[in-house]
Design a protein around this ligand. Structure first.
Ligand code: NAP
Length: 394
């Protein structure tokens, strides 16, 4: 008899956990369950569509899908198709890799107005997530306010600021790409509630904002001089110091010198939204569209001794994809130690009919073929039924 482990969530933290388990015990049976018919979680639905290099990580996850004792079970929703308790009863251990999939709220008046979007919904829309097929009408959007000073804010600003040519090799949903390219966007504001020294941007992602073809990036030099310089050799201080230098370079740019101006505003917290504007602690800012990029919540799952969380479900919505590798491997080690003290459970296979790895590969092949006909890496299927039909080979 062999132990059976369920991993709920087929994103990077789930796959790194599977990798960690199989490196130590190649005989384990592992089921990787996901509510979507497609694997790879945030790599598919969250990583910006123009960052194809980052998405290349899926090649190593795809190799895991080819392992004989690892089964992908897509289109299975825990809570709908089977319960957490049923999983706990049937499997020797359950790894919870469900991420965080709910936009955090600011809790200020006007947040529910139709021009205010959370980044989860917005990024899901442009990345083709089948749950988020309706996006904002961009046809009259001239000014966009993006709330938050993390890499998600940069992703959103960059994708809105880039030209159609710059997005040509991306896997953005084509209709969304066309809507962005034809929108009359002139100004994009990235708004931080604290000073530039507290922004959580990473250096490469921030520097990239200075290399956009249709957008010039500007920042207020006064605010940057006032920011205390982070000194010292720790990676965190070096990151901050480099960020301040990049922002100072942006301060030398001339607003309006390209069709789109991308402004960094600091020390400005949102206090309310009204149609066409954001009220900040520093005054009113006109904005036809607001996207809040302020973090996420996860869905609840039971805390039991045989349930082990990984990734954002464990530590919250921070860290890049590689952060998960070491952390998920460490949790996999704990799971192995746990299993060593227990006999394998016996019992029937409880998984309902699912999209398996072969079904996912049919979707993958289909999307890549659609993409190659238009010179893109892929064109995603965005409709649930279309995904299921292609997975079934119909
Ligand atoms: P983040 O880095 O934590 O940034 C969240 C931002 O929201 C912070 O600036 C935070 O400000 C602000 N915020 C939170 N609550 C707020 C409020 N009530 N009012 C105003 N501002 C508020 O998170 P993220 O951008 O969502 O990214 C999540 C993780 O994914 C990060 O680790 C990020 O590096 C990673 N990621 C990486 C990439 C990449 O490598 N290319 C791309 C996307 C995401 P305070 O600092 O003041 O709290």
């Amino acid at each position: 008899m062999t132990h059976r482990v369920a991993i709920v969530g087929a994103g990077p933290s789930g796959f790194y956990a599977a990798d960690g388990l199989l490196r130590t015990n190649p005989d384990l049976h592992i089921d990787v369950i996901d509510r979507l018919p497609t694997p790879f979680g945030l790599v598919r639905a969250g990583v910006a569509p123009d960052h194809q290099g980052t998405k290349a990580v899926v090649r190593q996850f795809d190799r895991l899908l080819a392992q004989p004792d690892l089964r992908f079970a897509g289109n299975i929703e825990v809570g709908r198709d089977l319960s957490w308790d049923e999983l706990g009863e049937a499997y020797d251990a359950v790894i919870v890799a469900t991420g965080m999939v709910i936009d955090k709220k600011l809790g200020v008046p006007g947040e529910d107005l139709p021009h205010v979007w959370g980044s989860w919904r917005f990024v899901g829309w442009l990345n083709g997530h089948p749950d988020y097929r309706k996006g904002p009408d961009l046809s009259r959007v001239e000014r966009v306010a993006i709330i938050g000073n993390g890499n998600v804010a940069l992703d959103v600003a960059r994708v809105l600021a880039k030209s159609a040519d710059e997005m040509a090799k991306s896997d953005i949903v084509p209709e969304v790409g066309a809507a962005i390219a034809s929108a009359p966007i002139k100004d994009i504001y990235i708004v931080g509630r604290r000073g530039p020294e507290n922004a959580s941007f990473t250096n490469n992602e921030l520097a990239e904002m200075g290399r956009l073809m249709r957008a010039v990036t500007v920042a207020d030099a006064k605010g940057l001089d006032a920011a205390p310089l982070a000194t010292g050799p720790t990676p965190e201080k070096l990151r901050k110091t480099k960020n301040l230098q990049i922002l100072k370079d942006f301060a030398a740019n001339k607003p309006g010198s390209k069709p789109v101006t991308l402004h960094f505003l600091f020390n400005a917290a949102p206090v309310a939204f009204a149609p066409g504007e954001v009220q900040l602690t520093t005054g009113k800012l006109k904005a036809d569209l607001v996207i809040t990029c302020i973090g996420y919540f996860g869905e609840a799952f039971p805390r039991r001794e045989d349930f082990f969380a990984v990734g954002w479900a464990k530590r919250g919505p921070t860290g890049t994809i590689p952060t998960n590798r070491g952390e998920s491997h460490a949790v996999a080690k704990q799971v192995i130690e746990w299993l060593e003290t227990r006999d394998p459970k016996s019992g029937p296979d409880i998984l309902p009919a699912a999209v398996d790895a072969a079904g996912w590969h049919r979707i993958d092949k289909h999307e890549i073929a659609l993409g190659s006909s238009v010179g893109r890496p892929r064109v995603k299927l965005t409709d649930w039924q279309a995904l299921l039909d292609v997975a079934q080979g119909s």
